[in-house]
Design a protein around this ligand. Structure first.
Ligand SMILES: [Zn+2]
Length: 187
């Protein structure tokens, strides 16, 4: 546990920001470092979680079928999820969270993201394309269609638990092209 005092970005209070850090062991994810920043003046609060244990960078791919739609998926905070067949990709950002789900759950998450995109889309072509993607996701969920789900994790904390899933180590070049979603705080 260590404390660092610094100025608040919200209320501009002098040395009002306190950062506390602690490590914790999380199943599937390994050891994590949780940092919390709290401003004693305005109450501004921000929590960041970073995986500490570095494992080998991994690439998982799964051709989704009725037989493996319930396969367990562990997606860490630093993983990039994509379904290239549908042109879908989720990259880690500052608000990314790790979660444990199954393939269907991952498809549902993609589906709701596309639904949000439909609501915000102004161009009719974008809307039409998004509706087609939703239809394809529905087909995959009902077993009438298929697509490949890919998880790339530079810290190796993600997994697709199924015999159909293929995995290999990510190359250094692939790792460098991935977004890790880490926020750096300038001191
Ligand atoms: Zn403040």
């Amino acid at each position: 546990m260590n404390n660092i005092s610094t100025d608040c970005p919200v209320c501009k209070g002098r040395n009002t920001l306190e950062m506390t850090s602690k490590t914790e062991e999380i199943p599937y994810f390994g050891e994590i470092l949780e940092s919390t920043i709290i401003c004693s003046e305005c109450g501004y609060r921000h929590t960041d979680t970073i995986c500490l244990e570095q494992k080998e960078p991994v690439y998982y791919s799964l051709l989704i079928s009725k037989a493996n739609i319930n396969a367990r998926v562990v997606k860490s905070q630093t993983a990039t999820l994509s379904i290239p067949d549908l042109g879908l990709k989720v990259e880690p950002g500052p608000k990314s969270q790790g979660y444990v789900s199954n393939v269907e759950g991952v498809l549902n998450r993609f589906e709701s993201a596309v639904e949000t995109a439909i609501e915000w889309a102004e161009e009719p072509e974008v809307k039409e394309n998004a509706i087609k993607i939703i239809e394809k996701i529905e087909d995959i969920k009902s077993g009438d269609g298929s697509a490949t789900l890919i998880i790339e994790d530079p810290f190796g904390h993600s997994v697709i638990l199924h015999d159909d899933a293929k995995h290999r180590k990510l190359s250094q070049e692939e790792v460098e092209n991935l977004n890790t979603g880490f926020v750096t705080i300038d001191q």
